[in-house]
Design a protein around this ligand. Sequence first.
Ligand code: 2AM
Ligand code: CA
Ligand code: CA
Ligand code: CA
Length: 262
Amino acid sequence: MTNWTKIDETVKKWIQEAGTNIRASFTRLLSIQAKSNPNDLVTNVDQETERFFIEQIRTEFPGHRILGEEGQGDDVQSLEGIIWIIDPIDGTMNFVHQQRNFAISIGIYEDGVGQLGYIYDIVHDELYHAQKGQGAWMNDVPLEKLEKVPVETAIIGISSTWLVNNRHFDQTKLVQLAKDVRGTRSYGSAALELAYVASGRLSAYITMRNAPWDFAGGKMIVEEAGGIVSTVSGEGLNMLSVNPVFAAAPGLHEDILKKYLT
Ligand code: 2AM
Ligand code: CA
Ligand code: CA
Ligand code: CA
């Protein structure tokens, strides 16, 4: 039997250490590179942070596999066994330009089922975490179970990318949703937006393109807080590919899905 509570204690220690290192990097010169396009950034701190987690995991849990955004982990093609899905810095553009609104995101899955989830907002020192069947916390304070939210009072996280003409989704209904809700916000970090759905700061989050490392930690935390996470057609997320992601409080998830997403 896997001792998840022991793994939880270990991960929290590593996340604090990684956070301290990332904070210290603010006073050093960053090495910034573009990946797939000029706005798709990666820095030495993303890579060093990913490497830090990989080295710790390989030493402490040699049987576990690692799927990391910066590609220094394993070539993961299936979900068997224990897999750590890691985004060392989610919101790299914010990290580079704003030194805020970015987070470490980690989801630990066993045979495709989420067991532990973490999102650490380093600058605000806010650690969100969840353990399967045990609930979700922010800095060890339990998150209140999410309650039904009507569309009219909802604040939703959505990037302007999806409200203008785009090749992923007909934006017409999303524009209507943006008009009908109380407000929209865009933070530029999928992990933080999911953490905000879990804590009630946002009522929903919608994106047409998230990779497993963007949502692996957040999905667990939202679900343990009583929220619902799916694709924009209401299906379960594929943990090995890019998905459209729709997370929301109960009730609101159903209402938005029916009226604005189908
Ligand atoms: P990143 O900062 O780790 O790259 C920005 O709106 C959000 O989308 C961030 O969570 C960002 O993660 C993520 N993101 C950026 N480019 C992406 C891509 N090509 N596919 C999926 N997610 C992406
Ligand atoms: Ca990236
Ligand atoms: Ca990311
Ligand atoms: Ca990243």
